[in-house]
Design a protein around this ligand. Sequence first.
Ligand code: PLP
Length: 235
Amino acid sequence: MSERKQELAENVARVKEDLAEAARKAGRQVEDVTLVAVSKIKPASDVRALAESGQLDFGENYVQEAVAKQEELVNLDLNWHFIGGLQSNKAKFVAGKFGLVHSVDSRKLAQALHKKASSLGVVQDILIQVNIAGEVQKSGITVENLPVLADEVMEMDGVRLVGLMTMPPFFDEPERARPVFARLRQLKDELEKQLGKKLPHLSMGMTGDFVPAVEEGATLVRIGTRIFGARAPKV
Ligand SMILES: *Cc1c(COP(=O)(O)O)cnc(C)c1O
């Protein structure tokens, strides 16, 4: 086994131990939490190495980079997640190519994914990204506008709403993110009542704050740095 492959496999194993511990503490099943390895800015060779060790869910932020990686790794049976900000004019490159799009935050984007998915004869699973803290620089729909967007998305048969995603403000202390995660879970419960439909997924928790996220009910955690090491800034 190459040194890099071994290092990556060990990092995933350690993250999984922490996930299991957090799940156990919260009285949850660890199988109910999927680890999405966030491979943005990292080479396809890293993804391949992890896939050989059994890690099959990967998250990407940038359309061009993600599609290039998918093409390079087309022979592997991977589950790709699109987690980054997405302009609606690029939705056509994403629909049908990712198992789940975590970052839908406007009617325009949902509509573009719906249109492309419909033309491909597929249904695109999506999450709505919510900007809970109302930070102006962050993507995500506001809490106030969430119910209307959810209703609109339900009218589009090319997309299927399966839950919510959030990215809390950066805190030095992960416990400070806990109320944001608890709020997302509450919003999901409210939305389930509104829509009369179960929403199985909560995508929340990254390297710095996945423990409180799992304790608050995350079903998908998106972890990059803890697995792959620090990222060079995107230029
Ligand atoms: C980069 C990124 C992550 C992973 O962040 P780490 O702190 O490296 O674990 C998770 N979610 C989103 C939306 C991201 O852009």
